[in-house]
Design a protein around this ligand. Structure first.
Ligand code: NAD
Length: 281
C-alpha cells in the first residue's frame, strides 16, 4: 500500500500565511489530519505580512495549492485578493481559510464556527440564551456573528474605547439588521453595565488578548462578585491554559472552558473545507 505520509512528486500543499508564525502548531496538526485521512498533502508555514500577501495568494493559484490558512496580520486584508467570500467571512470581515477550487479562491472564516463547535462538544447549547462577550477584534467578531446566526437570543458586547470599538458598533448593527438576535455594545469601563449584563447571561466570554502574553495574569473583570456559580465562563486564550479570568471563575465554582477546543475545532473546520471530510474534535 502507498505510504501517504511520504513526500512524493504528487504531494499537495496548503499554506499558512502569517507573521510571526514559526511558533504555530497548525502545520503539525493539519499535516497529521491529512495523514490520518490518507491524503498526500502537507501544511507549511510561511512568514507573510501585508507587504507580501498579494504575491502569496497568487502563489496558491500558480502552484495549484489546495489553499491556505491566514492569520494575523492578514485576516482582515486578504479578502480583496480572493475571488469569493463565504457569507460569514463577508459579515465578519475576516478570512482565516482559503480554498482553491480549480484556480477560484474562496475565503472562509472558521473561528466562530470553531468556538460554537467547541461549546457543542462540551455539551453546551447557547441557542435561545444570552451571552456577554468581551472584545470587538477578529476573534470576538467571528464569535458574535456566528453565535447570532446559530440562534443565540441576545449578545452584550463590551470593549474598551479603542480603535476596535467602532468595529463592535458595526457588528451590533449587522446582527440586529440581519439576524433574529438582539445585540448591544457597552464601554468595558462601565462597570455598572458590565455587572447588569453578566447577571442575566448564560455565558461570559473573553475574546480579547488579556490573559496571554504580554498580558499574562491580567483580566478586565474587576472582581469575582460579578460572577455566579451557574455562569459558564470561556476564554479564546489557550496559552496559558488557565487565564486569570478562568482562575477567578473557578474560585466561584463556574464551569470554565479555555481556547484550546476553539483552536482545534477551527482548524478541523478548515481541514473539512479543503477535503470535505468531517473529523471529530
Ligand atoms: P485583535 O487584535 O483583532 O483584537 C484584540 C481585542 O483585544 C480588541 O477587542 C481590543 O479592544 C482588545 N484589547 C486589547 N488590549 C486591551 C486592553 N488592554 N484591555 C481590554 N481590551 C483590550 O485580536 P484577535 O485576533 O481577536 O485575538 C484576540 C484573542 O483571541 C487573542 O488572545 C488570540 O490569541 C485569541 N484567539 C484564539 C483563537 C482560538 O482558536 N482559540 C482564534 C483567534 C484568536
Amino acid at each position: 500500500m502507498e505510504d501517504k505520509s511520504r513526500i512524493t512528486g504528487y504531494t499537495e500543499l496548503v499554506g499558512l500565511f502569517a507573521y510571526p508564525i514559526r511558533h504555530s502548531n497548525s502545520p503539525a496538526m493539519q499535516t497529521e489530519l491529512f495523514r490520518k485521512a490518507g491524503i498526500n498533502c502537507i501544511q507549511l508555514a510561511f512568514e507573510v505580512d501585508n507587504s507580501t500577501l498579494k504575491d502569496a495568494v497568487q502563489a496558491i493559484r500558480a502552484l495549484k495549492m489546495r489553499g491556505a490558512n491566514v492569520s494575523m496580520p492578514n485576516k482582515t486584508v486578504v479578502g480583496q485578493y480572493l475571488d469569493k467570500l463565504s457569507p460569514i467571512a463577508q459579515l465578519v470581515g475576516s478570512v482565516n481559510t482559503i480554498v482553491n477550487e480549480n484556480g477560484v479562491l474562496t475565503g472562509y472564516c472558521t473561528d466562530g464556527i470553531g468556538y460554537m463547535k467547541a461549546l457543542q462538544e462540551e455539551g453546551i447549547d447557547v441557542r435561545g440564551q444570552k451571552m456577554t462577550v468581551v472584545g470587538a477584534g477578529g476573534a470576538a467578531t467571528a464569535i458574535q456573528i456566528q453565535a447570532a446566526m446559530d440562534g443565540v437570543a441576545e449578545i452584550a458586547i463590551f470593549n474598551v474605547k479603542d480603535a476596535f470599538y467602532a468595529a463592535g458598533e458595526e457588528t451590533v448593527r449587522k446582527i440586529n439588521e440581519q439576524t433574529n438576535c438582539h445585540a448591544a455594545i457597552y464601554d468595558l469601563n462601565d462597570h455598572e453595565a458590565l455587572r447588569r449584563e453578566i447577571a442575566d447571561s448564560f455565558l461570559l466570554a473573553n475574546a480579547t488578548g488579556l490573559g496571554m502574553k504580554p498580558y499574562e495574569g491580567v483580566t478586565w473583570l474587576p472582581n469575582v462578585s460579578y460572577l455566579r456559580p451557574d455562569l459558564i465562563v470561556t476564554d479564546t486564550v489557550y496559552a496559558p491554559p488557565m487565564t486569570r479570568l478562568l482562575e477567578m471563575a473557578r474560585e466561584v465554582g463556574c464551569r470554565t472552558i479555555n481556547g484550546h477546543g476553539m483552536m482545534v475545532c477551527q482548524g478541523e473546520e478548515a481541514f473539512r473545507l479543503w477535503t470535505e471530510k468531517r473529523v471529530d474534535c
